[in-house]
Design a protein around this ligand. Structure first.
Ligand code: GLA
Length: 387
């Protein structure tokens, strides 16, 4: 993706003038899945794939003219229209513009053309990349860059909640805004404190295998998982009126056991996964500090098992990719992101890499009639202005 490509489309589809160009990345997550909306820890990093947008105030009060370059789709809408546009991609623009307005940015009409190379539906947060890119641009064009990075991330999350129907956590928008080349970030989603962790595993690399099965987070399955977790918290709170239980982060294993019968088998399993995952992220941090990548990998496999059996967000294709990783002696492998399709993330020794990829392509193709896509992970910078 390059600036000239986006610029040429911006010029062609609007009035020939140029604007400013912004970019925001997608993300990977080493470990800590479905923990963000439970107040737990996540361990993401931004990648070298993302969204690039050219934007310019168009002098109108509230007319947005938007062009999705990859889809060759043009949508114009007014920010004052209470329903907003119908096209799902345009709702991200509408939503973020209204959320930025809520933060005090005097957003007026603007033109925007954007393109992306973060694969859609792969669990790499193409939607968060859009939200943070557009937020960054609006903050620059209309807001004197007064809105903080955290507020832009939160505005992205609010866009998902209020305009796109996904009650997501904060991990994706956080990673897209705060990413730093060469570093993973450990974020405590309850306190919002985070640390950069330089990630250069000697002798290993990270690679994603994309099953190309598309997940659909909007609507039920993702939100259902969240509801289950919140239900367990409610029951624990009711049993312990003396305490303050906001998320599963505030709950112990013993408290979960106390409500096991009343919350039912399904919600119990979901919460069990989340409590385990919180401990696994901390385990990975310790292992990274000690340079113990075999331990990191072991915890990744445990996460996969939990996501597959207890949280039930895997699918046949992802379990199959995980099995191939195991058979090839890959150090760690698991579903990445929300699940229901998308990618596995694999920590693999350099000397096994080639054989693993060949084997995964061959076996997956034999079974599903197409190869998985392979993305080598390059940990990169977060949202920024390009020109
Ligand atoms: C999606 C959501 C995130 C997070 C992950 C699962 O990517 O947007 O907030 O919950 O799923 O870890």
């Amino acid at each position: 993706m390059d600036i000239e490509f986006v610029r040429s489309r911006f010029i062609k589809h609007f009035d020939g003038k140029t604007g400013n160009v912004y970019t925001s990345p997608g993300r990977i997550n080493l470990i800590g899945e479905h923990t963000d909306y439970n107040g737990g820890f996540v361990f993401p990093g931004a990648v070298d794939k993302g969204i690039m947008a050219e934007m310019r105030a168009n002098g109108t009060e509230d007319t947005v003219m938007a062009y999705a370059i990859d889809l060759k789709d043009r949508v114009d809408f007014k920010l004052s229209d209470p329903n907003g546009p119908r096209a799902s991609w345009a709702r991200y623009i509408y939503g973020i513009a209204l959320e930025m307005k809520k933060l005090g940015v005097p957003v007026k009409g603007f033109n925007i053309a954007f393109a992306g190379d973060v694969p859609l539906g792969a669990g790499m947060s193409s939607s968060a990349a859009m939200e943070s890119c557009f937020a960054f641009g609006l903050n620059d064009i209309f807001g004197d860059n007064k809105v903080s990075q955290w507020d832009m991330a939160l505005a992205g999350q609010a866009t998902e909640h209020n305009y796109c129907g996904v009650k997501c956590g904060i991990m994706d928008q956080f990673a897209s805004v705060f990413g730093k080349a060469g570093c993973l970030m450990r974020l405590d989603c309850r306190s919002r404190e985070f640390e950069y962790f330089p990630f250069k595993p000697d002798g290993y690399r990270l690679v994603l295998l994309d099953s190309v099965v598309k997940h659909q987070l909007a609507g039920s399955p993702y939100n259902d998982r969240r509801n289950s977790c919140e239900n367990v918290v409610k029951h624990i709170q009711a049993k312990h009126p003396e305490g303050k239980f906001e998320t599963l982060r505030d709950c112990t294993w013993e408290q979960l056991e106390e409500v096991k019968e009343e919350v039912g088998a399904e919600d119990y399993k979901r919460a069990k996964f989340v409590l385990g995952e919180k401990d696994r992220v901390l385990g990975v941090c310790e292992a990274l500090n000690e340079g113990d990548y075999e331990k990191v990998g072991e915890l990744m496999y445990k996460t996969h098992e939990g996501l597959s059996k207890d949280y039930e967000v895997s699918c046949e294709e992802l379990d199959f990719l995980n099995d191939i990783a195991k058979e090839n002696g890959v150090t760690g492998s698991r579903i990445m992101g929300g699940g229901f399709g998308g990618c596995t993330i694999n920590l693999v020794r350099n000397d096994l890499y080639k054989k693993f990829i060949e084997d995964a392509k061959k076996k997956f193709n034999e079974k599903y009639g197409h190869e998985p896509k392979v993305y080598d992970v390059v940990i990169s910078d977060g949202s920024r202005k390009l020109c």
